[in-house]
Design a protein around this ligand. Sequence first.
Ligand SMILES: [Zn+2]
Length: 363
Amino acid sequence: MKFLRVATMMFGLFAIASHAADSSRTKTRTVQKIAKGVYTIRHKDAPDTFPQGNTTVIIGEREVLVVDSCYLPSSAREDIAEIRKWTDKPVRYLVNTHWHFDHTMGNGTYWQAFPGLSIIAHTETAKQIEGYNPGWFERFPKRADRMRQILADGKDGNGKTLSEGDRKEYEEAIAGLAPVQEEFKTIVDHAPTISFGSEISLDLGGREVRIIHLGRGNTAGDAIVFLPREKILMTGDLVVHPVPYMFGGYPGEFGRTLTKMELLRFETIVPGHGEVLNATASRNYVRLLAEFCEAVSDLTSSELHRTGSGAANLPAVREGVMKKLDVAAWRRKFAGEDKTEQDAFDTSFAAMVTAAFNEVNGR
Ligand SMILES: [Zn+2]
């Protein structure tokens, strides 16, 4: 117990210290107790700079539910060892908020550790995990080739010109691929065992948990996890702080899904990546994200209809959006004056315009 108290004190201090400078890159693993029996773990990025989603552990009187299994099996093992220090109750449920590898590649590690585990995801997410995850290991050599190509081109797949910081990150990523690939050689992948369409409610013993699909956003099957009594909301990557994660989603629907999210009576948000947000900060941030999605998708849609549909028109639409949207103001709202965060914003924003274009194109 002494360990727990000291750890909680230390991490409490860390949370305060890090508040002013939350970052898209995570260099250290931290644990934060956000309510009695509720812990959020932030993981440090993998050696190939791949981010790892936040994991939240919810302990009931009978059993435990975990939200997202992170990326590296070694990190999932570390989390499981810590869960066993917090409680002797079994992890009965693992929720995958969406299919992305940084939230699901630890599934097999939980599966091996806890007999009787059920892995829960939205129906679309379950299908995506079954389809995408097993092929991840084989794609490692291709990932290296693609990153080298981006470095050679000087811009990424969404046309964003690489900054000096981006270049360094790609070089670091290429150098870090080998140890990650090595680790994944022994992984036992596991897909969800229970899927749902709109909502599942569970009782872990004195602890009600609602798992809800509010609509598409970051992916086609985003799930959020809500503790109605504690007013804590785990959002997956529908909310990522301080810079939103806008790769390949549905920016128009994203905004509407966030507007629905605002109707829930949450007082704390655990984002998919980034620090835990409390009270007014959490509400303001969701509003800002919703307004950003709305602004970008509305403008992209207007530009597309003016320019004409078809993939060939994406560059012209992008140019129109960049000209008419006050990108500098949005960048400042999310990234402040931090150069690394500004880079992260620009990369995410370039991908977001592609996603918004694809969402409307051909309709
Ligand atoms: Zn993520």
